[in-house]
Design a protein around this ligand. Structure first.
Ligand SMILES: [Zn+2]
Length: 220
């Protein structure tokens, strides 16, 4: 009973991570359905599963779309709703510190909103580490990256008048999407190692729904 999936899980193929797209809400419904399948887990089992999973995730950089991360987030949010970490039912792996937002182990998600929202908690969804509180070594690199990202991302949100100013907006959009794919790959390869010097595990957002960039578009 000591392996990673010591609770009975639905087939892995059904546990796909939410990919932002035009159809967010049907996907949200599916995730709620997955959640209901785990609702009968008691707090102790849930706490042990989370502690064990954090140990398994440790020491690596993960795509947000990775099935294990999708599953962890689903159960982590359930644990947060039930206040499982506050009940101290299982010891958190020693490498993890306590997140200031909700006192769960700090499992940070890096997103394109790093400057405004900092690193996001995978348990409560709030800011776990504000940008100002990031280690100095990573701040300048993350800031440069985010400032390169923002204007390219903005192409998706151009007003009609702006769109008319370029020769072909579809081409412009395509080009922006390709640029974002490269930037996200760079976040994974260049920024994440810097964060890993301060955090035991990192998750990065591997999509941009506004520019229709999907996880499978990002080559590492
Ligand atoms: Zn939190």
């Amino acid at each position: 009973m000591d392996n990673f999936f010591f609770v009975e899980l639905p087939p892995i193929a059904t546990i796909v991570s939410p990919v932002g797209s035009m159809s967010e809400s049907p996907l949200d419904r599916v995730w709620k359905e997955y959640g209901r399948e785990f609702a009968s887990l008691d707090d102790l089992t849930l706490a042990r599963w989370m502690a064990q999973s954090l140990g398994q995730l440790q020491g690596r950089v993960w795509r947000m779309s990775h099935p294990l991360i999708g599953l962890y987030r689903l159960l982590g949010q359930m644990g947060h709703d039930r206040g499982v970490w506050l009940k101290r039912l299982a010891a958190m792996p020693a490498q993890y510190s306590e997140a200031a937002c909700c006192r769960a182990p700090l499992l940070p998600l890096f997103t394109r909103d790093i400057l405004e929202s900092g690193l996001i908690c995978q348990h409560c969804g709030e800011t776990a580490v504000a940008f100002e509180d990031l280690p100095d070594e990573v701040k300048s690199s993350a800031k440069a990256w985010a400032e390169e990202y923002a204007p390219i991302h903005e192409v998706a949100h151009w007003e009609e008048s702006q769109r008319k100013r370029c020769a072909n907006y579809d081409d412009e959009f395509e080009q922006a999407a390709r640029g974002i794919e490269r930037l996200l790959a760079r976040a994974s390869k260049e920024l994440m190692p810097l964060f890993m010097e301060s955090y035991p595990t990192m998750v990065w957002e591997d999509h941009d729904e506004c520019l229709e960039v999907r996880p499978e578009d990002i080559e590492l």
